[in-house]
Design a binder for this molecule. Structure first.
Ligand SMILES: *[C@@H]1O[C@H](CO)[C@@H](O)[C@H](O)[C@H]1NC(C)=O
Ligand SMILES: *[C@@H]1O[C@H](CO)[C@@H](O)[C@H](O)[C@H]1NC(C)=O
Length: 250
């Protein structure tokens, strides 16, 4: 896998120097800004794993809702710490989709091809060790991407996920303003909703999320993972998790 990617990146470097790059290396990752399957709403949570994981999943479970977690490798602590690895495994075992939010939450558009590749590869490897699954979706931090990001993601066979509803939880707006962002969207009766939330704010977990679930439910949306709402597969492969060893460090 690492070798394949290294080769792919080498090809990319060569192909950009040629007048006619090979077809494969001209590929760009698919960008998903909206759900496809009518009547679905995908709740997504960025920036974890974090300490609110269990509160979020028990709320989701109580409402029979599946969601998607975009995890970092090293943002709020190290993904390999026993607590964080447990949170990742727990979300996966509960049937939620696990996806990449890059290793360090860097702005990928400021990075070289090598560094973009490293940001993606490191967190995918961690997710694979912890859960046994290799994610086929990535959300770039801040929703920012460029041509290089699209090409590296394509070489990794990953789709880029954005959103069409920002709860505003990371924008320092108050709880009623966050709730009204859901209300405003629902008043438009969109066929689908792809909602951005973060795992790391208590107001999301305790106030906005329960409200959003209630409103989406009464409006008749089926709350599912991004993969399901887009009609795609969440992982390239699934197998057994690895055993903790000395490679589990940040
Ligand atoms: C839970 O959600 C799934 C998937 O949307 C659905 O098939 C199932 O009927 C739901 N179960 C209950 C008890 O609502
Ligand atoms: C929340 O923010 C909105 C918009 O800035 C403001 O109009 C409203 O008064 C605030 N509400 C509370 C409860 O602070």
């Amino acid at each position: 896998m690492v070798l394949a990617l290294t080769l792919a990146m080498a090809c990319l470097a060569v192909s950009t120097a040629l007048a006619r790059p090979s077809l494969e290396m001209r590929q760009r990752a698919q960008v998903i800004s909206h759900c496809i399957v009518p009547g679905t709403a995908a709740l997504t949570f960025d920036d974890g794993p974090y300490e609110y994981m269990y509160e979020i999943t028990s709320m989701l479970r109580a409402h029979n809702v599946s969601a998607t977690f975009f995890f970092n490798g090293e943002n709020y602590g190290c993904i390999y710490s026993p607590e964080n690895a447990r949170r990742v495994k727990h979300a996966y075992d509960q049937g939620h989709q696990i996806a990449s939010h890059t290793w360090s939450h860097a702005d990928l558009t400021a990075l070289s091809l090598d560094k973009i590749s490293n940001e993606m590869q490191r967190v995918d490897k961690a997710i694979e060790k912890i859960t046994g699954a290799t994610p086929s979706f990535i959300r770039p931090p801040y929703g920012l991407y460029n041509e290089k990001v699209l090409r590296v993601a394509a070489a990794r066979r990953q789709s880029i996920v954005l959103w069409d509803l920002d709860s505003g939880d990371s924008l320092n707006i108050n709880i009623s303003a966050q709730k009204s962002r859901y209300d405003q969207t629902l008043r438009r009766h969109p066929k689908t909703i792809l909602a951005l939330n973060h795992e790391v704010y208590p107001s999301t977990v305790h106030s906005v999320l329960p409200y959003a679930i209630k409103q989406l439910h009464s409006a008749g949306y089926r709350m599912v993972t991004v993969a399901e709402c887009a009609g795609l597969s969440p992982y390239h492969s699934r197998s057994k998790p690895a055993h903790r060893d000395s490679s589990w460090h940040c």
